[in-house]
Design a protein around this ligand. Sequence first.
Ligand SMILES: [Fe+2]
Ligand SMILES: [Fe+2]
Length: 156
Amino acid sequence: MNAIELLKQDHEVVKKLLTELSESTERAVKKRTELLRRIELELTQHTAIEEEIFYPALKQAGEKEDAKMYFEAKEEHRTVDSLVLPDLKKTQPDSVEFSGRVKVLKELLEHHIEEEEEEMFPRAEELLDHATLDRLATAMQQLKKDIKASWEQRAA
Ligand SMILES: [Fe+2]
Ligand SMILES: [Fe+2]
């Protein structure tokens, strides 16, 4: 699997979890809590591999327009990580407010994913060769593993 395939696979996982969460009811407190935790881990891993490995490689290989795309994507990550997700975690899972915030999170991420897949990834395929995309994937897989391990350690 190369770097782009790996990122797209992550996207599918997150989209599926978000759909499940948005279809859950106010009564399904346990389910909502578990899904939110899984989404948080997925997003933490995914944001890290993009911001620490994939985006910098693209920015370095690219031009001014690519740098703009890089900063826009990072800004969208920041909105989710430091605003929408922390708020959602503080919201009672049995409330209608929770349902509303999930909808916003889902819409933001779907928009972000669409831009990555339709603009950024095709550009990355132009700028980075096969060997580079494979090398990035290996580093990304390792970082995902490390993050998961530290999460599990914290939870234990
Ligand atoms: Fe992203
Ligand atoms: Fe992504």
